[in-house]
Each structure stands twice: as structure tokens, then as C-alpha cells.
Design a protein around this ligand. Structure first.
Ligand SMILES: CC(C)(COP(=O)(O)OP(=O)(O)OC[C@H]1O[C@@H](n2cnc3c(N)ncnc32)[C@H](O)[C@@H]1OP(=O)(O)O)[C@@H](O)C(=O)NCCC(=O)NCCS
Length: 195
């Protein structure tokens, strides 16, 4: 198997403590994260996977897995959050942006394993993504979510996204937010999405 090697942005690695003191490592994804990524998506409930992919996906197809784990860290950045328990590493959340070709817009998506939801992990990951995207020249971050996805809509509202129904697809909501220019990304308060 061949990988295209991009500089790994180690400066994006962070260790955070959630409200209840749990230690979580946040880091850019690596090509060798396929097994961890498979285990993470398998661990999501069917409704959570549906909310994430808007289709009943049971497994990530190989091509999608390759795209999810082999990113260039500039036009496509994926962050994973992971914990270590009993000597084992597990991914508990992932978030990514993908820049639209020849555009200042990037699309984002995020998912958090159910036992870890409600601990502000998605907000944290989106803040970090937005900060990095702004530093990479992205000026607008956009996303789509089902109108029934109350958690994502609430998160987006609190983070300052504008939310409107898709004019083309019934039941789909469009989320968007302008990003300010580049600013330091290691300070949660500096995040364009600090909610
Ligand atoms: C949507 C999702 C990413 C939120 O992740 P999370 O880590 O639980 O979110 P956070 O803890 O950062 O919560 C941020 C805000 O979201 C909203 N939220 C989170 N959980 C909620 C719940 N159970 N009910 C209502 N609102 C909720 C709240 O407004 C919350 O703000 P608060 O903490 O000030 O109350 C998570 O539920 C998920 O992974 N869902 C399945 C996949 C998905 O829907 N992805 C989004 C499509 S791209």
C-alpha cells in the first residue's frame, strides 16, 4: 500500500480534560488509523450513523475509509479524540473539514460516541477545526444536517451558525458560518466557534 506523505501537523495534538476530569487526546488522523476508525464507526448506534452519513451505512466502504484516514491536513483535516484504557486506545469522536475545490468554503462533519456525548467534545473539536480551517484560508464553514437532528441543530445554533432549510432537499438543514482571519489555535477562547 502506498501513502502520499504530508507533513503531520503535530502542533494540533492536544490533551484535554473533560468536565468530569477524563483525559482525552485530540490529534490529527493518521493513515494507520483504519482499525481505530472502523471500531469507532461500528460503535455508533444505527441512528447516530444515520445522522452522520444521512444513509444507513453499516461499514465504511474501503474507498471512504481511505479518504477518511489519508488526509492532506490542509484542504482536508480530520481530528480524532481518543482515550486509553487498560492499555488500549479507542477513538471516541471524529470531526473533519473538507475544502470545496477552488472555493473559500469547507464542509464539516462531526460524530461523538454515545457514551461521550453531552461533554462538549463536538464543540471542542469544531472549534479546533474552525481555527485550523481559518488558518488555511477557509472563509466559510458549512454543513448539512437532518432537520430531525436536534442535538446538531442545537450545537450549531449555540456555536453561531446560521441555520436554514435546504431549498432543494426537504428535511435537510444547511448550517454555515463565516470564519474570521487566521488566529492562534491552541487557545480555546480564541476559537471562532467558542460557544
Ligand atoms: C451532534 C453531536 C455531534 C453532538 O456531540 P456532543 O459532543 O454531544 O455535543 P456537545 O457536548 O459539544 O454539545 C454542544 C451542544 O449541543 C447540544 N446538545 C448536545 N447533546 C444534546 C442533547 N442530548 N439534547 C439536546 N441538545 C444537545 C446542546 O446545545 C449542547 O450545548 P450545551 O452543552 O451548552 O447544552 C452528537 O450528538 C453526535 O455525534 N450525533 C451523531 C452524529 C451526528 O449527528 N453528527 C452531526 C452531523 S454532521
Amino acid at each position: 500500500m502506498t501513502y502520499q506523505i504530508h507533513r503531520y501537523p503535530a502542533e494540533l495534538i492536544d490533551v484535554v480534560r473533560l468536565g468530569d476530569g477524563e483525559r482525552v487526546v485530540i490529534r490529527p488522523v493518521l493513515p494507520q488509523d483504519e482499525d481505530l476508525t472502523t471500531a469507532f464507526f461500528r460503535s455508533l448506534s444505527a441512528p447516530a450513523r444515520y445522522d452522520r452519513f444521512m444513509t444507513s451505512l453499516r461499514e465504511l466502504p474501503p474507498e471512504l475509509m481511505r479518504r477518511f484516514t489519508q488526509v492532506d491536513y490542509a484542504d482536508h483535516l480530520a481530528l480524532v479524540a481518543e482515550v486509553f484504557s487498560g492499555g488500549r486506545e479507542s477513538v471516541i469522536a471524529e470531526a473533519r473539514y473538507v475544502r470545496r475545490p477552488n472555493s473559500l468554503d469547507a464542509e464539516f462533519a462531526v460524530s461523538v460516541a454515545e457514551p461521550w456525548q453531552g461533554k462538549r467534545l463536538a464543540s471542542l473539536l469544531l472549534g479546533k477545526l474552525a481555527c485550523r480551517a481559518a488558518a488555511m484560508g477557509v472563509r466559510r464553514i458549512v454543513g448539512e444536517t437532518l432537520a430531525t437532528n436536534a442535538k446538531m441543530i442545537s450545537l450549531a445554533r449555540k456555536a453561531g451558525f446560521t441555520i436554514q432549510p435546504s431549498p432543494e432537499v426537504r428535511g435537510l438543514m444547511l448550517l454555515e458560518m463565516a470564519l474570521p482571519g487566521s488566529q492562534p489555535c491552541n487557545d480555546a477562547e480564541a476559537s471562532p466557534l467558542a460557544a
